[in-house]
Design a protein around this ligand. Structure first.
Ligand code: AMP
Length: 188
């Protein structure tokens, strides 16, 4: 079972992805975390990514896809994936489809965590991460609107999109997500 978790910055993707990965024994793959790890280790990729991350823009697709390709090579083929923060562009979405096709797999569901923009800004400002300053937040939200919203349409056209209300208590949102995954796991 390969799941893509979609949502704007501040939608709670990371928090929910961690819980879902644990509950359903999925391999949690977060491109934001991978970039931050490279940054912490001072790799060339980390230094390259930093220039984009600090501004709130997306790291180029070729770089991001190469990193995911490498990450998936390390992941056992029989382990389901929970992708968090990837894909963020339609080019990434088609690259993911190709990478999964090499394993005779596909994205089984893309779940969108729906949160109002007002609430997103509130949450991002409260988080205090170095790229969570007001100006960068606006750039990240604009990147989401311009580059990531089309990814929602991509999965919708495939009939693989689920929308979940991402507002409310963490536990309540986790229950909504679990209801979808439980439905997918049930044999037809
Ligand atoms: P996140 O932790 O998912 O909010 O990601 C933090 C930053 O990492 C983003 O603002 C981007 O600069 C970069 N990033 C993470 N995932 C991607 C992706 N799939 N494509 C391009 N850039 C990404």
């Amino acid at each position: 079972m390969n799941i893509v978790l979609l949502g704007a910055p501040g939608s709670g993707k990371g928090t929910q992805a961690e819980r879902l990965a644990e509950r359903y024994r999925l391999i949690h793959v977060s491109t934001g975390d991978l970039f931050r790890r490279h940054l912490g280790e001072g790799t060339a990729l980390g230094r390259l990514a930093e220039s984009y991350m600090s501004q709130g823009t997306l790291v180029p697709d070729a770089v991001t896809v190469a990193m995911i390709r490498e990450r998936l090579e390390d992941a056992p083929e029989d382990g389901g994936l929970l992708l968090d923060g990837f894909p963020r562009t339609t080019a990434q979405a088609t690259a993911l489809a190709d990478l999964l096709a090499e394993r005779s797999q596909a994205v089984d569901a893309a779940i969108l965590l729906d949160v109002s923009e007002e609430r997103l800004v509130e949450r991002l400002l409260g988080r205090g991460r170095s790229d969570d300053v007001r100006e960068t937040i606006q750039t990240r939200l604009a990147a989401y609107r311009e580059q990531t919203l089309p990814v929602i349409g991509y999965y919708e056209a495939l009939g693989a999109l689920w929308r979940v209300d991402g507002e409310g208590a963490i536990e309540a949102i986790a229950q909504r997500l679990a209801a979808i995954l439980d439905g997918l796991a049930t044999p037809a």
